[in-house]
Write a protein that binds this ligand. Structure first.
Ligand code: ZN
Length: 170
């Protein structure tokens, strides 16, 4: 998956932002951290250059779904135990949640070591063969969904204007 991680991060952050209003975190900050989490696993590209491309970048720990799942559960636990409902635990949750979603999306689009570091590292897994859409269509769907959420008010306003002008024709 190439282009849809950032829009996917926007979608999940936008869907969660109201639930975390209790943490008094600004919506923009929450969404920004969520979008950063959505691309954080790809920071292993830096190591890819150090390594001179000896490994596929999905072989680094930042692409291990189990790593993100553990971080996500820890951040959720921290948020639940944080009785002050501080901003830091809300931001940690959305960051790690989107990191985890990134690894799932990569599993749909390509190969990921889903049981690493516990299982055989040389057996990457993909869901691409079971998914009814090809990768490009999935990316397009995610991008269009994010655009819709971003411009929802304008889109709905445009349709209601179109509706009222159609009323005038009748
Ligand atoms: Zn990735």
């Amino acid at each position: 998956m190439y282009f849809a991680h950032l829009p996917a991060g926007y979608i999940t952050s936008k869907l969660f932002v109201k639930k975390f209003e209790i943490s008094k975190v600004r919506a923009k900050t929450f969404i920004s951290w969520g979008m950063f989490g959505a691309i954080a696993p790809d920071l292993d590209f830096i190591y890819y250059f150090v390594d001179h491309g000896k490994h596929h970048h999905h072989q680094y720990f930042t692409h291990f779904p189990l790593v993100w799942l553990v971080l996500l559960l820890l951040s959720l636990l921290a948020w639940l135990l944080d009785f002050h409902r501080g901003q830091a635990t809300a931001l940690a949750f959305i960051f790690t949640f989107n990191g985890f979603i990134h690894t799932l999306l990569d599993t749909i689009a390509g190969y990921v070591l889903i049981f690493a570091p516990f299982a055989d590292m040389n057996k990457p897994v993909t869901l691409a063969h079971y998914f009814p859409w090809d990768e490009g269509f999935l990316e397009l769907f995610v991008i269009l969904w994010a655009l819709y959420l971003w411009k929802k008010d304008q889109i709905l306003g445009m349709f209601s204007k179109m509706g009222s002008s159609l009323d005038m024709i009748e």
